[in-house]
Ligand binder design. Structure first.
Ligand SMILES: Cc1cc2nc3c(=O)[nH]c(=O)nc-3n(C[C@H](O)[C@H](O)[C@H](O)COP(=O)(O)O)c2cc1C
Length: 356
């Protein structure tokens, strides 16, 4: 890890992915029974997931499964391959345990990712971690709904869940799809695509932590109405919380890592109140310890994802977060993760979330 941090961030990222891609599938992780989580009727060995964006092209599925994740989300995948934005586009803010990225959906495209997923499934079958596919749109595409519908049709019989990512700050116009009217139109189109797809895995929306209270309420209502299955809260933030020290803090892009934790957890809690158990919530943003993961669970998350902390802590982080989380569940008398989901909500005031 120390050597990796001396390299430019994208080089380190490529090297780490390559190393992980060399692993074959291992056995099931030896998780404490109380870490078991149930999501849409599937039992997961633990509630810790890899967030989208690290393995965008699904090159290291077996490697990430070996690290002990209960779920792995690949993507965002765009229909056609595209290179993403010009480099440099990934910046470390080491003092803040954060990164800023403006990758812009660099993707190998549907066909290549589908082939890799098939190869992994041929080896592992449906055992092991849940595999989610996060869908994006091509930058040049004029019809976002068509791109997402194409993703649903391509991946629905391969993925354990699908994510429609409408919250990346690095594709012009994308976040506008979170507004009530475009979102209604989009979800109507996607519902039609789901009807034509060969299978019907859970469909989630991934939203930004930068939504205001009114936007959050509208998304919750529209999502429930459209019968989606869950929300991922959330993506990177375009805000720059006070106190950032890293010299790259003014770079354009989405900020992730520790400074995102409070904001994303408050927004998650608000979505938990708004959706009242009718949508499964996945919490992401700044998780780097079992205590962080536990806070997300108590704020309503059934699954907790992380990415940026892996850059700083390395692969041993997965094991550590799980051990700490199991300890905290035990301390508070929870026999399973499910029992703890949302248990902290009454302790969090609505004004707290509204303040963001
Ligand atoms: C370099 C980088 C690339 C990312 N790419 C994607 C992406 O393609 N699709 C997506 O939905 N989220 C993407 N994300 C966001 C993460 O999935 C996650 O929501 C966010 O980083 C917050 O979690 P973290 O603080 O644990 O990193 C990316 C994040 C980073 C740092």
């Amino acid at each position: 890890m120390r050597i990796a941090r001396l390299l430019p961030p994208e080089t380190a990222h490529r090297l780490a992915l390559h190393a992980l891609s060399l692993f074959g599938p291992g056995g099931p992780p030896n998780d404490a029974p109380r870490l078991q989580a149930t999501l849409w009727g599937r039992t997961l060995s633990n509630p810790l997931g890899l967030a989208a964006g690290l393995d965008k092209d699904g090159v290291a599925l077996a490697g990430f499964a070996r690290l002990g994740f209960g779920a792995i989300e690949i993507g965002s995948v765009t229909p056609r391959p595209q290179p993403g934005n010009a480099r440099p586009r990934l910046f470390r803010l080491a003092e803040d345990r954060a990164v800023i990225n403006r990758m812009g959906f660099n993707s190998a495209g549907h066909d290549a990712v589908l082939r890799r997923l098939d190869r992994y499934r041929a080896q592992v079958g449906r055992e092991g971690p849940l595999i989610g596919v996060n869908l994006g749109k091509n930058r040049e595409s004029e019809d976002a709904a068509a791109d997402y519908a194409a993703g649903i049709l391509r991946f629905s019989d391969r993925a354990d869940y699908l994510v429609v990512n409408i919250s990346s700050p690095n594709t012009p116009g994308l976040r506008g799809l979170q507004a009530a009217q475009p979102l209604r139109g989009l979800l109507a189109g996607l519902s039609e695509a789901r009807g034509r797809a060969p299978a019907r895995p859970p469909l989630l929306l991934k939203v930004a932590p930068d939504l205001d209270a009114e936007e959050r309420a509208a998304i919750a209502e529209i999502g429930i109405e459209a019968a989606i299955d869950g929300l991922i809260v959330g993506n990177t933030t375009v805000s720059r919380p006070p106190g950032l020290r890293g010299r790259h803090r003014t770079e354009t892009g989405g900020l992730s890592g520790r400074p995102l934790f409070d904001l994303s957890t408050a927004v998650l809690a608000d979505f938990a109140r708004l959706t009242r158990g009718r949508l499964v919530l996945i919490g992401a943003g700044g998780v780097s310890s079992g205590a962080d993961a536990y806070a997300k669970v108590r704020a309503g998350a059934s699954l907790v994802q992380l990415y940026t902390a892996l850059i700083y802590e390395g692969p041993g982080l997965v094991r550590r977060v799980k051990a700490e989380l199991a300890e905290l569940l035990k301390r508070d008398g929870f026999g399973s993760v499910g029992e703890a989901v949302g248990s902290g909500l009454t302790a969090l005031s609505t004004t707290e979330a509204a303040a963001y």
